[in-house]
Design a protein around this ligand. Sequence first.
Ligand code: GAP
Length: 430
Amino acid sequence: MEKLVNLCKRRGIIFQSSEIYGGINGFWDYGPLGVELKKNLKDDWWYVFVQSRDDIVGLDASIIMHPETWVASGHVEAFHDMLVDCKSCKKRFREDHIEGNRCPDCGGELTEPRAFNSMLKTRVGVSDDTAIDTYLRPETCQSIFVDFKQICGSYRVKIPFGIAQMGKSFRNEVNPRNFIFRSREFEQMEIEFFCHETEEDYWFERWQEYIWQWYLDIGIRESKLRWYEHPKEQLAHYSKRTVDIEYEFPFGWGELQGLANRGKFDLSQHSKHSGKDLSYFDADRNERYIPTVIEPSAGVDRTILAILCDAYDEEIVEGELRIVLRLHPRIAPIKAGVFPLVKKHGLAEIAMDLEKKLRKKFMTFYDDSGAIGRRYRRMDEIGTPFCITVDFQTKEDGTVTIRDRDTMSQIRLPMNEVAGYIQSKITHER
Ligand code: GAP
């Protein structure tokens, strides 16, 4: 983890928020490469689960919602961590994160557990008498339930169908830790899939298949993934059944995505609290009912961390350490590095011109400083899958070399075929 965290900082992928002020615990910034990586991941998810399917529609709702939302959802009442304090060193811990009944740091005596709500409060409105207290959303899905009637009434959707949303969520985590694994501000990608209750098991199984396959499609090794079934007595307040996909991080197995059967809980609660009927009339069944909800809920940042951990590799090449991120070409922040073998003899102009053309199609990086081997290494450690080199032969026959990041082998292609070659490697096969 330390190597990965250092690489992310050194290359401006991900680093601590507000670092010049000493940082703020649980908040992270994505730099120039990180933002591309994250965007590629989110675009891929949207493509697979929204664009390429005819049974899912999208939503981009506000982060701050009417405060009653969080009463109805059960978060005000039940979104708690049980905390204990050490009577000696005064440190605070989540009860479920410690073994035994002594302080894990100093061995001191612990207080009785107390409930601590994890939602981040905020205040909206300018004058004291009209301002209201509400929360930054702790999960993106509640707006999907609250907007359910609006979407059914304005877009042609028919059960079974899903509404997808990605965006920021906030939780006042007691112990933000393990880099971006557990933070206080993070992004989720959630789908609420609405079906008839007689089909809940069918759709639960289908969603298990879809979400597992997606991790393989973005390049994660299957041997690093496993299912975890939540025991009945530990289910969240809204859930009838939850299974998680876990990834084996360097610090142990951790949840990447939860798949829950939320039953009719949320729509029933919002019907009750808003006084609006959120039932659905199913013309095929000639039946009015509150739909059952199957919810795949993934974390963007945790997926990024799993991708980075899975891709990080070190090897000795010609007596030197090579750090390489073996990212799937679709997810890699930069698709191609373009270099002139030497700056002189007109090679730099040809390379610059080629890079300018490729840049219109995908992210590229022009580099003419230092030995060619160094330039390859700089691209390897940020996961750039292809490096294109303009050399003396280019001037004779218009061909360039394309080096593959993983095998380090090279092929020659005419310059006008380079864009098509790279495009074929980053376009979805689905
Ligand atoms: N709507 C259901 C829900 O929010 P969750 O299991 O609490 O379920 C879903 O969260 C996903 O969101 C998790 O699998 C994880 O990937 C991500 N997530 C949750 N808390 C997080 C945190 N503090 N930091 C980073 N990611 C988090």
